[in-house]
Design a protein around this ligand. Structure first.
Ligand SMILES: CC(=O)SCCNC(=O)CCNC(=O)[C@H](O)C(C)(C)COP(=O)(O)OP(=O)(O)OC[C@H]1O[C@@H](n2cnc3c(N)ncnc32)[C@H](O)[C@@H]1OP(=O)(O)O
Ligand SMILES: O=C([O-])CC(=O)C(=O)O
Length: 383
């Protein structure tokens, strides 16, 4: 992985731990200078163009891309796990009434599920039991999110369908109507391309929690918390709102200048690892243009101007559009409302989190780095 050179006041510690290798993984890698990332050596962008979430889920959790027969068996295995358990169905109205974001509702629902079902610490489980727990959580996350969303909107919950893949099911469970194929295809690309991405903040969080021997659900709940901030996972709705605020592309450069002058970051731009364009934003730009419409055309024109303005105002920083910029454009065009952008992301990323939790649990050693103490050296007597 590539390591930008900024350091903290400790001098030799890279700021934000950029480029610090803390463990090994066989799940995939992000090559920031090349603008490339892969899942177990398969280009993630190529997978996004040709495969479903279930293929990649199988790849990450079971070690290889499935044959047609393996995929059919996997889908049959996952189908019953998608169904909302009564313990959660009963509390949905209260969770929905409590307000807050869908992600916060999901966190609470999963904590409750963990408590109700008494999921065991990963250390006490066999690898098969851990894998079964992980499969269950991955299958349930979209169902719980869609059910929470519909309950909140005063609509009846829509049960998942066994004949649809993750992309088709997500749109089906949100709307209760069959989605146009073009929307399912676009969403499938987005979901496959966002399943995993190296040691991003939420994945790292999940692995730290798993390293303590905590259960799979606990690790996912912690990852969801890390995913709720605007800097990681929470940018797509803000990026779309910025597109609205900018309006005409000719206003983009002035708008960026104002944002930076106010000490704000431009949502959907910049990346901790990529120094090239984010390959997912390239894929999703193409996808948005294929879907068509004024929003996609405007997003492309604004992107060019924002990149140029950032290059002028932050020279040498290589700030490009990241996955979250076009995520909002694609999802909005597919009829997903902004409040559901990050939850949609969570439905695919949970597969990556769980793959990392399983990998971490297979080699249990508590993750416990150090911090350099920078306060006064002399001990101070207790008064
Ligand atoms: C799935 C994902 O999570 S993708 C990321 C989604 N998040 C966003 O889109 C939020 C906006 N982007 C950002 O805040 C950042 O680019 C991050 C958090 C994604 C990565 O940040 P970092 O790796 O910390 O960037 P880094 O510190 O190397 O930034 C370098 C410089 O560029 C600036 N910069 C980075 N991104 C932006 C941005 N989007 N807008 C304005 N300035 C930026 C920083 O302020 C810094 O300037 P300085 O050196 O003058 O202080
Ligand atoms: O890699 C990162 O730091 C953030 C990111 O793009 C992701 O998690 O998909």
């Amino acid at each position: 992985m590539d390591a930008p050179t900024t350091t903290t006041s400790a001098g030799d510690v890279p700021a934000g731990l950029r480029g610090v290798v803390i463990t090994t993984t066989e799940l995939g890698d992000v090559r920031g200078e090349e603008g490339f990332f892969h899942y177990r050596q398969h280009s993630a962008v190529d997978l996004a163009r040709t495969r479903t979430v279930e293929d990649v889920w199988f790849l990450l959790h079971r070690g290889h891309l499935p044959s047609a027969a393996e995929l059919a068996a996997f889908r049959a295995e996952v189908a019953p796990l998608r169904v909302l358990p009564p313990a959660l169905a009963d509390v949905l109205p209260a969770l929905a009434a409590a307000g807050g974001s869908p992600l916060a509702g999901l966190r609470t629902a999963l904590s409750l599920l963990g408590a109700a079902e008494g999921a065991g610490p990963v250390l006490d489980l066999t690898p098969e039991q851990r894998a079964a727990d992980a499969l269950r959580v991955c299958a349930l996350v979209p169902t719980v999110l869609a059910a929470l969303h519909r309950t909140r909107a005063g609509l009846p919950v829509v049960a998942p369908r066994d004949d649809l893949d993750a992309a088709g099911n997500w749109l089906w469970m949100l709307t209760g109507t069959p989605a146009p194929q073009a929307h399912v295809r676009a969403l499938r690309r987005y979901l496959v391309a966002t399943v995993d991405h190296g040691f991003n903040a939420s994945t790292f969080t999940a692995r730290v929690v798993a390293s303590t021997g905590a259960d799979v659900v606990a690790a996912v709940v912690a990852a969801l918390a890390a995913f709720s901030g605007p800097l990681h996972g929470g940018a797509p709705d803000r990026a779309l709102a910025a597109l609205d605020e900018i309006g005409h592309p000719d206003r983009a450069a002035g708008w960026v200048r104002d944002q930076l002058a106010a000490g704000r970051r431009v949502m959907g731009f910049g990346h901790a690892v990529y120094r090239t364009a984010d390959p997912r934003s390239v894929l999703l730009r193409e996808t948005a243009l294929e879907l068509g419409g004024e929003l996609a055309e405007r997003a492309v024109a604004v992107e060019d101007r924002v990149v140029a303005a950032l290059a002028e105002l932050k020279p040498g920083r290589a700030l490009h559009a990241n996955v979250e910029y076009y995520a909002g454009v694609v999802l909005a065009t597919c009829g997903v409302e902004p409040g559901l952008f990050t939850p949609t992301f969570a439905t695919s990323r949970v597969v990556g989190w769980c793959a990392h939790v399983l990998e971490q649990a297979a080699d249990p050693r508590i993750i416990r780095p150090s911090a350099r103490y920078t306060g006064p050296a002399a001990p101070v007597p207790v008064p």
